[in-house]
Design a protein around this ligand. Structure first.
Ligand code: MOS
Length: 726
């Protein structure tokens, strides 16, 4: 067991090897040839098909739901409503009950599941279900409901509010200050693969072929909802077509499929349609954020305040921790952060793509730009001037902090010195051209994880863990770690993930996946090395090299040591006290150049660069891909992504990828990401830090700051669209 309470020290990964190399994904050929099996593709189960019927009101109750016509429709086997749904556990971190009763909390809430022999029959019959509603007036607008906001319970032990010093006095007395309010709209994950599940019961054991990022928590949630023992639930998510937080939890597809399959004693498949995903699963809440910054004339910050309001469905306590990064980013003696939650009658909001930081930095990093303008100071110099030497709230040391090197390297590579600090001066034909920058910061969490590794008689090592690969490269980096730890070539390493039959890992989310599962694999390989040395009667300082181990003047082939059944080792890793002792973050700096059409206000990204540090980079290619993917989402947050609330009737107006515009290739011209070398002895066994969510953090603010530099117009309401420029 690896415990990160103590620093890592020298490791086999310190010498040059496969870890860090820009290797292609080992699962790439399977994916591009259609041989990677996604949740909805387990055809051999011959399932029945379920189609979800959704509520057409946003608040109220079902007076009646008439299923007679649907039940008589061709091929229909079952219509599940609250009247015949199974008894379920309560809603919460271990429960996501469906069809609980006649009450309706939000638009699009599932009110029935129609199960038939074919998908088309189920869908056709779904339109024959006749609900009669008793609708009530709901509240759908956060801005007009702020008086009802309240202090939410802490998210994962992180407090909603923090304060030190005297913000009010410092702000009042400061010679230079900004007090600005930014708003961000609701956003949706928009992963490629929809939520999908095939549920199969075998006696009292349930197997779910499903698309889920966190299988350990997933089995908790399924067991808690269906009120069955956790060890009776197996979840399989071998390949996942993107998650972005939308698959952190078990959603209605899995629970409804499981209930219907139980009733019918046959496998049932439920795939949510693209339109259904928007309201049945979760989204990111809109936020209202007020940032106060005060400084001396030399740019030294004296006060930082950041308040954020977000909203959720009645009874749902998740809030967007938008001010959390502000607690670690810049030094100032007087500080305040606060989060408030508003209950609205909208679909559930939850984690999406760097929850907290992603939208928090859209406010903080633009406010810093506004302060730099007020000070007549370069925004990079303002940040360097306020670089803290330790955690500004808690006084803990940073495990490592390489923010300033990112700023300097980025400025050099991007050509920041060519920027005209006066807005609206640079023209290129019909375009006004501007440059902007922003800082990036994202926490580096780690969770307890397990893995096993087996070396067989042919010299093939197989890693197993319930870690998932949501498209990020988990299969590949875990193979690289195992290959280096065992001194084997990549061709002799297999990786099996995404199955709760394997040793338990938390999965993919919160930038903790690689460090958590990777450390468990590292540990399993270490244990296996010990077993191999014991079998060879060799001392610990023997060297592993290309399938052999050498010591005491002897070289032994590993295949001679494992025996006919192979040799297996279990590994585990735990963060220990490392997160209490050190403030651990990944860092970066974003640089963007935009053009704004002088006549139409159209905004176009022209080029973008991110420079990051995140400890040891496990695969330069997948790391870069994740970073530019995150930056692309940042461009979307700045310019296009906008889930529009229907403030008359609740629910969302746009619910497909034509009208919810995620930035696409045509929106992203030249983009690059660079990782500076760093090792963090406190972050993980590999000395690496999380990168999954780093790329989006701050990216949109750099774009917004570039729009200001191009035009002199400061837009504080995201996304920045042409109507707001003019
Ligand atoms: Mo992430 S929002 O924890 O997938």
């Amino acid at each position: 067991m690896i415990n990160m309470t103590n620093p890592v020290g020298p490791t086999p990964l310190d010498k040059p090897g496969l870890v860090g190399q820009p290797l292609d994904r080992i699962d790439g050929p399977l994916k591009v040839s259609g041989r990677a099996t996604y949740a909805a593709e387990y055809h051999d189960e011959h399932p029945l098909y379920g189609f979800v019927v959704q509520a057409a009101i946003s608040k109220g109750r079902l007076d009646e739901i008439d299923t007679t016509a649907a039940e008589k429709a061709p091929g229909v086997r079952l219509v599940l409503t609250y009247k015949n749904a199974l008894k379920q556990g309560p809603r919460g971190t271990s429960g996501n009950p469906q069809l609980e009763g006649p009450s309706i909390d939000h638009h699009g809430q599932p009110i029935a599941l129609v199960v038939a022999d074919t998908f088309e029959q189920a869908r056709a019959a779904a339109y024959l279900v006749k609900p009669r509603y008793a609708a009530e007036k709901g509240e759908y607008d956060m801005g007009s409901s702020l008086a009802k906001s309240f202090v939410p319970k802490s998210n994962n032990g992180v407090p909603a509010d923090t304060a030190s010093g005297d913000l009010t006095a410092a702000f009042t007395n400061a010679p230079v200050k900004v007090d600005v309010t930014y708003t961000t709209p609701p956003q949706t994950h928009a992963m490629m693969e929809p939520h999908a599940t095939i549920a199969v019961w075998n006696g009292d054991s349930l197997t779910l072929y499903t698309a889920n990022q966190m299988l350990m928590r997933g089995t908790d949630m399924v067991a808690g909802t269906l009120q069955i023992p956790k060890d009776k639930v197996r979840m399989v998510s071998s390949y996942i077509g993107g998650g972005f937080g939308g698959k952190l939890q078990v959603e209605a597809d899995a629970i409804l499929a499981a209930m219907a399959a139980k009733v019918l004693q046959k496998p049932v498949k439920v795939v949510l349609t693209r339109q259904q995903i928007f309201e049945i699963t979760k989204h990111r809440t809109d936020t209202i954020q007020r940032v106060k910054l005060a400084a001396g004339r030399d740019g030294t910050l004296t006060a930082i305040g950041h308040e954020s309001w977000s909203n959720n469905t009645p009874g749902d306590t998740f809030y967007e921790s938008a001010a959390q990064a502000t607690r670690s980013f810049y030094a100032a003696p007087n500080r305040m952060t606060a989060h408030r939650l508003v209950t609205l009658d909208l679909p559930h909001s939850s984690s999406m793509r760097a929850p907290g930081e992603a939208v928090g930095l859209l406010a903080l990093e633009c406010a810093m730009d506004e302060l730099a303008a007020a000070l007549n100071m370069d925004p990079i110099e303002l940040r360097i001037k306020n670089e803290p030497q330790e955690d500004p709230e808690k006084g803990r040391p940073f495990s490592t902090r390489s923010f300033v090197p990112c700023l300097r390297k980025g400025a050099e590579l991007f050509g920041w010195s060519k920027r005209n600090a006066t807005p609206g001066q640079v023209k290129d034909g019909a375009w006004l051209v501007g440059m902007g920058m922003s800082g990036a910061i994202r926490g580096n969490p780690m969770l307890t994880a397990k893995a096993s590794v087996t070396l067989d008689k042919n010299g093939i090592a197989t890693v197993r863990s319930s870690m998932t690969d949501i498209g990020t490269g988990s299969y590949t980096i875990l193979a690289q770690i195992a290959a280096d730890m065992l001194s084997l070539p990549m061709a002799r390493v297999r990786v099996a993930l995404g199955d709760t039959a394997f040793p338990a890992a938390p999965g993919s989310g919160g930038s903790f996946g690689a460090n958590s599962a990777g450390s468990a694999v590292y540990d399993a390989c270490n244990v296996l090395r010990g077993k191999l040395l014991q079998a060879a009667n060799l001392p610990p300082d023997s060297t592993f090299n290309n399938g052999n181990v050498t010591g005491l003047g002897r070289t032994v082939s590993l295949t001679d040591l494992v025996g006919p059944n192979g040799l297996e080792a279990d590994g585990a890793a735990d963060p220990g006290d490392s997160r209490k002792a050190f403030n651990q973050q990944s860092y970066g700096a974003h640089f963007a150049e935009v053009g704004v059409d002088r006549d139409t206000g159209e905004i176009r990204l022209r080029r973008m660069l991110g420079v990051f540090t995140a400890g040891r980079i496990l695969n330069a290619k997948t790391a870069r891909s994740q970073a530019i993917g995150g930056m692309t989402f940042g461009v979307g947050a700045a310019l296009t992504e906008d889930l529009v609330i229907d403030k008359r009737f609740g629910g969302f107006v746009n619910h497909d990828l034509a009208e919810y515009h995620v930035a696409v290739h045509a929106d992203i011209p030249a983009i690059d990401a660079v990782f500076l070398p760093e090792l963090d002895d406190h972050s993980s066994a590999m000395k690496s830090k999380g990168i999954g969510e780093l790329g989006i953090c701050g990216a949109g603010a750099a774009v917004a700051n570039a729009v200001y530099n191009a035009t002199g117009v400061r837009i504080r309401d995201y996304p920045l669209t042409l109507d707001k420029v003019l």
